[in-house]
Every structure is written in structure tokens, then in C-alpha cells.
Design a protein around this ligand. Sequence first.
Ligand code: GAR
Length: 205
Amino acid sequence: MLNIAILISGRGSNMENILKSVKKNKIPVNPAVVISNKPDAKGLKIAQKLGVKTEIVESDGLKGGNWEYDSKLVSILEKYKVTPQNGLICLAGFMRILSPEFIKHYKGRILNIHPAILPSFPGLHSQKQALEYGVKYTGCTVHFVDEGIDTGPIILQSVVKVKDDDTEETLAKRILKQEHKIYPKAVKLFANGKIKIVGRKPILS
Ligand code: GAR
């Protein structure tokens, strides 16, 4: 069975939602480990309550996109048998850029959830970017991670209508609801071998 690692930095609601789907046997994966780069990430306790092993790989003071940090991640992932052969790494609010070496090592086996309809509003504060730009619709995207920032092949997206009186918080809340729908779906598609990449385009079956 596919061994999955979920990487978080904070609240961990996407992580919790995926783990709960796994526990209900809705996704055929082994939840091997949750890793946080922040020792105080709330998601760590949630994962422990759900009976999933947790690890902290502190990133304080280490620049993102750095192999020195990412090689420590690889050691932990190997300890839990999350390998380039039978592993899947789900970034769920993991607020760190991964190095090209790491991405190459796990090529095609790293997923991310982003709170916007990519390629619009990549990077940080996507909900704020959407409000400031004045778009009428935004949403969320699950995509493979490549060497760019939020540029990898898109697996699933869900659209959210922007209301005139939305604040960053109200919009983020509605987007999060959709995130919780599409991320488990994407993990399930991957686990069942239903995603084939042609060029940069994932074809779903
Ligand atoms: C989510 O909205 C996720 O899309 C976003 O962080 C939040 C994490 O929430 N990720 C990014 O902005 C990545 N660029 P969670 O910890 O409750 O899952």
C-alpha cells in the first residue's frame, strides 16, 4: 500500500480531513507520518489523537529551497518508508519552499493544495491577492509540485464565488471548505493509479 506523509506548518485542517477519510477506509493508503517544520503546529496534536506518528524537523533560521534542511526531511521520510517507489508526500499548509534536489528525488510524488485557481495568485496570501485584484471567482487547486512556485501540473480545482462584502477571512473559510473536498479526492485518485501525466497535463480516469 502507498505510504503517505503529510507535511504541515500550522492548523492542519487539510491534514485532519485527509486522515479522517483514510481512517474511514475511503482512501487506500497507509498514513505513515505527519511532519511539521514548526514545533507548535496545532496539527501535530490532531494527528497524534488520530493515532498517526508525528515528527518535527525545525526550519527556523534555514532558508527555504535548501537541501541542508530537505535532506533531513528525506531521512525522516525514509524512516517511515515513504520512498520514491511507494510513497506520496502531501503538502498541507506546509509554508516552505522545497529544494530542486528534494523535488527531483520524489518526482511525481508530491502534491500540494493552494487556495486559488492556479495559475492565478500563486505564493502567499492568495485570498488577499484575489480580493485586491477584484476577481469574481476564485477557489483552490490540488497540483503536483515541480521546481516552480505553485506551477506544477493541475489535478483538481474547485471554484468559489467572491462576494462583494467578503473579507480575507470569510473568503478563506469558503475556499477551505472546497479544499477539504478536493484534496482527499486527489489523494484517492493518485492512490488508485488514476492519474496519468501526458506532457504537463494530468489525465484522470
Ligand atoms: C490552506 O488554506 C492551504 O491551501 C494554504 O494554507 C492553508 C493551510 O490550512 N496553503 C498555502 O497557502 C500554500 N501556498 P490547514 O493547515 O488548515 O490545512
